[in-house]
Design a protein around this ligand. Structure first.
Ligand code: SF4
Length: 229
């Protein structure tokens, strides 16, 4: 595994906050986007950078990477893994490395998303324990649901920050479920004036909402099919 720390991102969606990437060997085998629809693989710049990370010509060792995370100031919002997933392999989160990352985050406000399996899988209980621990310690890990039904199930079952893919024809409206969970389309998808740096919703471990991401990128039609469930 190689890791990359970017002190100030030029990504128009995240805004100018620190971001990171992890080599593609961190992606869990069970991620349905792995065989088609992965945004990072389809985006020319992100893919080219990711390839260099995989080849070892960019990024750093895990130890140096943790040093960069430790140097972030208290309260700093940062996005972990524009490309890549949590440390781990074969669908199982590497708890030792993950705890090192959570410790390095200290009082900064790191946030990320994961496709590691949390239900109906031999490593589900292990993964959900690790993710729950991170969220309690101030490092926000969103469960990345592949469709809205799965997202609602995850939120109700685990009460962990959750995001969900929605198809291309989603109406883009905010809705409130009977249990008061709000379904909120990512505001950056509807306004060029909103970035993660200003929005910060995905970095809130206590929010009572599911953030919706509309299928996007070059393979949006394929993603839209996955998002229909
Ligand atoms: S909901 Fe906010 S924090 Fe999350 S991805 Fe969209 S803009 Fe970024």
């Amino acid at each position: 595994m190689r890791s990359q720390f970017i002190k100030q991102s030029t990504n128009i969606k995240t805004g100018p906050i620190p971001t990171t990437n992890s080599s593609s060997d961190t992606c869990p085998d069970s991620c349905p986007l792995k065989t088609g629809g992965c945004y990072a693989k389809a985006h020319p710049y992100i893919k080219s950078n990711w390839d260099k990370l995989d080849q070892g010509t960019r990024g750093s060792s895990w130890g140096d990477f943790l040093g960069n995370i430790r140097s972030l100031r208290s309260g700093q919002i940062w996005r972990h893994n524009v490309a890549g997933d949590l440390p781990g392999s074969n669908d199982k989160i590497d708890r030792e490395k993950f705890h090192q990352l959570i410790d390095a985050n200290q009082d900064a406000r790191g946030f990320t998303y994961t496709h590691y399996p949390v239900w109906m899988h031999k490593h589900a209980a292990h993964n959900i324990r690790a993710i729950r621990y991170a969220n309690k310690r101030g490092f926000t890990v969103n469960l990345s649901a592949n469709n809205l039904d799965q997202g609602i199930f995850y939120k109700q079952k685990f009460n962990i920050p959750t995001t969900a893919l929605v198809p291309l024809d989603h109406d883009g409206r905010t809705k409130v479920l009977k249990d008061s969970t709000r379904l909120i389309p990512c505001p950056a998808e509807n306004s060029e004036h909103v970035t993660c740096a200003s929005c910060k919703m995905c970095a809130d471990p206590d929010r009572n909402s599911i953030i919706l991401f509309k299928a996007h990128g070059k393979q949006k039609n394929q993603v839209s099919i996955i998002a229909r469930g």
